[in-house]
Design a protein around this ligand. Structure first.
Ligand code: HEC
Ligand code: HEC
Ligand code: HEC
Length: 430
């Protein structure tokens, strides 16, 4: 045995004691000693058959407003039967079957199990990964969560085994208690009584049901949403989910009335919702009542004075825009988007008033020009044709000039788009 000096021995003892305290603390966190549940004891009483029946229709609306299907339905798969992959830096996590099949779905779940999964992020099998947006759903009311439960349980049970998550997801589950300690708010939704009812309704729709911040709020190193930068925009799946604070929305050409029309329609003078925002419209915001869409828009626009209903083009940069960009636009784009960027109704969206030319970064514009867009149905029977890809026809210089000219002319964004930016976008496209 090594003989330690008395000083070293005291030091070693101190380390053992500290390590012991840390270990006990860690076990206590994982055992849930510091976690706060927002689900109260009344959830332990099951809903009666009559209560359940009465809640189903409201639940259907809420499931749409909360966009459960976006994640719990695989491409071409049965509704809510799970299987959609979530690629993460260290493996793939799969959304689960939430149909009432007793073996493979949640058919044996109690009302309390469901409340805890949605609002505390804890399922019977342990902590859920925050890819399930329970940080936002924590703000759901108990009543709305019951309605969602009633609706989900009224769906046809679908027998579909959950796909196994890749290692190490299921082993790391207990440590999510630490993540929750840092990132899960202590309380659910607290209405601001100083604000009007429709403002509170709008906030609830945005934060709790629509979980808009999950894509539009930047995240910190732990991947928690940074509340000080609420809705200020971030990058998600290689594109920018833009700033949707009042300042960002006005920059894109929205006022409350225009936004209330755009959210359910997915298109308007500001262009078309693309990328993952298309799915949000397709599965979720198109189903909102007019009143809810208006409340959402009013909340998002804040108390800013409402501008005119048609977004005016910001002043064009007087000079210095590359003439080559204009040339490319006239040759390749104007047949569909119009000589003056006015677009063609039901064929191609306008450029003059398009939000995608007004974002702080040119990234989304470059992704569209380089990779094109597929043809997709929009609400109300609207349908644009596909937008062709130009990445193979134009070199980096030509695309940079075109983007600079478009942003400068119609977006009020005169800063030059560089070839490096074009190259960076190309490298992320298939
Ligand atoms: C952004 C994607 C996303 C959305 C939206 C979403 N979920 Fe999830 N959900 C997931 C993922 C991923 C998991 C699996 C998490 C895990 O394995 O830790 C999950 C897990 C669950 C579970 C736990 C199931 C189990 O077997 O343990 C339930 C219940 C659930 N979700 C219900 C819902 C409901 C109801 C909604 C709508 C109100 C919803 N989810 C919306 C991604 C999502
Ligand atoms: C799954 C991620 C995701 C969620 C959830 C999400 N967004 Fe988006 N959002 C995006 C992306 C990506 C874009 C960029 C789309 C584009 O360039 O067309 C976007 C764009 C927008 C725009 C700009 C309009 C446009 O044509 O680009 C608005 C306004 C918007 N989102 C509002 C919302 C609101 C309100 C919610 C909540 C109901 C929400 N978003 C939820 C990803 C998301
Ligand atoms: C054949 C017709 C056609 C041509 C040519 C064309 N586009 Fe498009 N473009 C479309 C259509 C249709 C859409 C809408 C697609 C959708 O969102 O589903 C679109 C969408 C866009 C968008 C996204 C707008 C938004 O609201 O999000 C941009 C930016 C764009 N085009 C720029 C260009 C540029 C620049 C060129 C020339 C290099 C060009 N387009 C050539 C038809 C065309």
């Amino acid at each position: 045995m090594i003989r330690l000096s008395p000083r070293l021995r005291r030091f070693a003892l101190a380390i053992v004691v500290v390590a012991g305290i840390v270990a006990i603390g860690a076990l206590a966190v994982m055992a849930g000693l510091f976690s706060t549940s927002v689900v109260d004891a009344s959830a332990r009483t099951p809903l009666t058959a009559d209560q359940t029946k009465g809640l189903v229709e409201r639940g259907r609306y809420l499931v749409r407003a909360a966009d459960c299907a976006a994640c719990h339905t695989a491409d071409g798969g049965a509704p809510l039967a799970g299987g959609r992959p979530f690629p993460m830096p260290f493996g793939t996590l799969y959304a689960t079957n939430i149909t009432p099949d007793p073996e493979t779905g949640i058919g044996r779940w109690s009302r309390a199990d469901f409340q805890r999964a949605l609002r505390d992020g804890t399922a019977p099998r342990g902590h859920l990964y925050p890819a399930m947006p329970y940080v936002s759903y924590r703000q759901l009311t108990a009543d709305d969560t019951d309605a969602i439960f009633a609706y989900v349980m009224s769906r046809p049970p679908i027998r579909q085994q959950n796909r196994a998550n890749s290692f190490p997801f299921d082993y790391v589950r207990p440590t999510l208690a630490f993540w929750n300690l840092i990132n899960l708010p202590a309380k659910g939704f607290v209405p601001d009584t100083a604000k009007p009812a429709d403002w509170n309704r709008g906030k609830y729709l945005v934060d709790a049901l629509g979980h808009c911040g999950e894509c539009h709020t930047p995240r910190d190193l732990t991947l928690g949403m940074i509340q000080q930068r609420y809705l200020q925009g971030t990058r998600i799946e290689q594109v920018d989910a833009p700033d949707v604070t009042p300042a960002g929305l006005s920059r894109m050409g929205f006022d409350a009335a225009a936004l209330a029309r755009y959210l359910p329609a997915g298109t308007g003078p500001q262009g078309v919702m693309n990328f993952s925002m298309y799915d949000v419209v397709h599965n979720s915001t198109r189903w909102l009542t007019q009143g809810d869409a208006a409340a959402m828009a009013a909340y998002l626009m804040g108390s800013r004075p409402v501008a005119s209903s048609a977004p005016a083009a910001p002043a064009a940069a007087a000079s210095g825009l590359p003439a080559a960009g204009r040339q490319t636009y006239l040759q390749l784009c104007s047949a569909c988007h119009g000589i003056d960027g006015e677009g063609i109704a039901h064929v191609a969206p306008p450029m003059r008033t398009n939000a995608s030319l007004r974002l702080s970064s040119p990234r989304n514009l470059l992704v569209v020009v380089t990779g094109g867009l597929p043809e997709r149905p929009l609400p109300g029977g609207e349908r644009f044709q596909a937008m062709p890809a130009f990445g193979h026809l134009l070199d980096d210089r030509q695309i940079a000039d075109l983007a600079t000219w478009l942003r400068g002319t119609w977006g009020g964004m005169p800063a030059a788009v560089t070839q490096d930016e074009v190259r960076a976008v190309r490298s992320t496209l298939p």
